[in-house]
Design a protein around this ligand. Structure first.
Ligand SMILES: [Zn+2]
Length: 485
């Protein structure tokens, strides 16, 4: 038997949350053909793993990579971390289906300028991903704010029955074309005025498809528990799984409440399929939001359209230099992006370690001075949090970024190293894996990633992308409720 690729002498951490075991893996025609002691086998390409960890390729369940996967298909920030699949369209923001009448509203501008929004239908976006020969696999949610921008002339009110009907039709058409579900970003001003009822009516479209509801909660500050209740109410109404995006306790007045949030999540999970994702940092990042301007913690500016020279600087310093209040300085900087150092490390760890949480980067690829999660989230969980801090076992860290994620989003035959599954794989050195990107120098590739295979094709090796682009568009398959056992 001649295989395409043999990876010998690996510590196989298979993504199922089981400890690693030594073995060889053979790849044929894009899939894992055999696992075991394969010392007699031969392959066109043979790699000695030297006892390092072979894991399923990481699934980044929370991204804003919608347009960058097409425009910069190499995807080095993610590929260099061992990511092989990205889920786009989070936080109510998606590239499709969108027909803009001008500049994209905040926060859709996180995906680029109006030139980036050229997919009036979800099927247009899917076709563009397929035509672009992406490096990574791409699966997509439909954003509620994107739908609102198509049908409401004023985003600062709730939708009329006619507008809701038009949004439902676009959502249904997108689900038929393979969308995973609906995302909302109810905290953002462009969606905050949407009533719970507006969202509930939209999610009625999810029911027949077994599609998922993901949500950037209406608040991550003091009313976070009420916002979680709203999310669960919507999910129960739609009989749809609920994934809470980047679960956190935001704002100094909210620190220490993660046990309450997790208790609420556990309570909901008793009767309904729910989960969450989170990124492994105590700072958040998004567009510069006046409501979040405070002197209670540090805020740095990542980009500013009128003042690009302020990228990377503290809002406090800018305000002092301009002799303005923080709020007035922020107004002068808008539209802008920011990093908010507004979380408590103990809350981050508690949420990250919880069995219902998956890892998602929430990286912002358009940002000229991005939050380091864009380049470092996954190696940070493996190196810093698992190995150095001892927050959880390495196989649990891997599970939170592979098997759990694939099952929650219905990514069939991915997320675990099993015979017959697609050969999305990452080889890394558990002793040296480390996120190098930090808040001062955020665009740096991680150390310790030794090889990344996407659909069986080696695409990254020893710190270099090799230009191979074998990613696929992953359409929703089956009923996502089945993945919450
Ligand atoms: Zn978000």
């Amino acid at each position: 038997m001649m295989y395409d690729t043999l990876i010998r002498n690996a510590l196989i951490i298979d993504g199922s949350n089981s400890p690693g075991y030594p073995g060889d893996v053979a790849i044929l025609n894009g899939r894992i053909e055999r696992i075991g002691d394969l010392h007699d086998a031969r392959a066109a390409e043979e790699i000695d793993a030297q006892g390092h960890v072979l894991a399923p390729g990481f699934i980044d369940v929370h991204t804003h990579d919608d347009t960058v996967v097409i425009r910069q298909p190499q995807m080095l920030p993610k590929l260099s971390q061992g990511v092989t699949t990205v889920i786009v369209g989070n936080c109510g923001i998606s590239a499709s289906p969108v027909s803009l009448r001008g500049d994209p509203p905040d926060p859709m501008n996180l995906l680029g300028t109006c030139a980036a929004f050229v997919y009036p239908k979800f099927s247009d976006y899917r076709a563009a991903v397929e035509a672009a020969n992406t490096t990574l696999n791409v699966a997509a949610l439909v954003g509620h704010t994107a739908l609102r921008s198509n049908h409401l002339d004023d985003l600062f009110r709730t939708a009329t029955p006619d507008e809701t009907a038009a949004m439902r039709e676009q959502l249904r058409e997108s689900l038929e074309a393979g969308a995973l579900g609906l995302s909302t970003g109810l905290a953002y001003a462009s969606a905050f005025s949407a009533s719970t009822d507006e969202v509930m009516q939209l999610t009625e479209e999810l029911t027949a498809f077994g599609a998922v509801y993901t949500t950037h909660l209406r608040s991550e500050f003091e009313p976070v528990l009420e916002a979680m209740d709203e999310a669960f109410q919507i999910g129960r109404h739609a009989k749809s799984p609920v994934i809470i995006s980047h679960l956190k306790c935001a704002g100094a007045g909210n620190w220490g409440r993660s046990p309450q949030l997790l208790a609420s999540l556990e309570q909901a999970a008793k009767t309904h399929p729910v989960g969450c994702d989170c990124y492994p940092y105590a700072a958040s990042s998004s567009t510069l939001d006046l409501k979040q301007v405070t002197d209670a913690h540090r805020i740095t500016i990542t980009w500013s359209t009128p003042h690009p020279e302020m990228g990377g600087r503290d809002l406090m310093d800018i305000a002092a230099e301009w002799n303005l209040s923080l709020l007035d300085a922020a107004r002068q900087l808008q539209p802008a992006g920011a990093v908010y150092y507004g979380m408590d490390e103990a809350d981050v760890r508690r949420i990250l370690a919880h069995p219902l949480s998956m890892v998602g980067s929430d990286g912002l690829p358009e940002d000229p001075f991005p939050h380091p999660r864009l380049w470092g989230a996954f190696p940070r969980v493996l190196g810093h949090f698992s190995r150095d801090v001892g927050l959880f076992a390495l196989h649990t860290a891997v599970h939170k970024m592979t098997g759990l994620s694939a099952s929650r989003f219905g990514l069939k035959e991915r997320g675990e190293i099993r015979e017959g599954h697609w050969a999305d794989l990452v080889l890394f050195n558990p002793a040296t894996i480390r996120d190098v990107a930090d808040f001062n120098d955020p665009q740096r590739a991680a150390e310790g990633i030794e090889g990344v295979w996407v659909n069986g094709v080696l695409s990254y090796r020893d710190g270099q992308a090799n230009g191979r682009r074998e990613g696929r568009f992953l359409a929703r398959e089956g009923d996502l409720r089945d993945g919450f056992q």
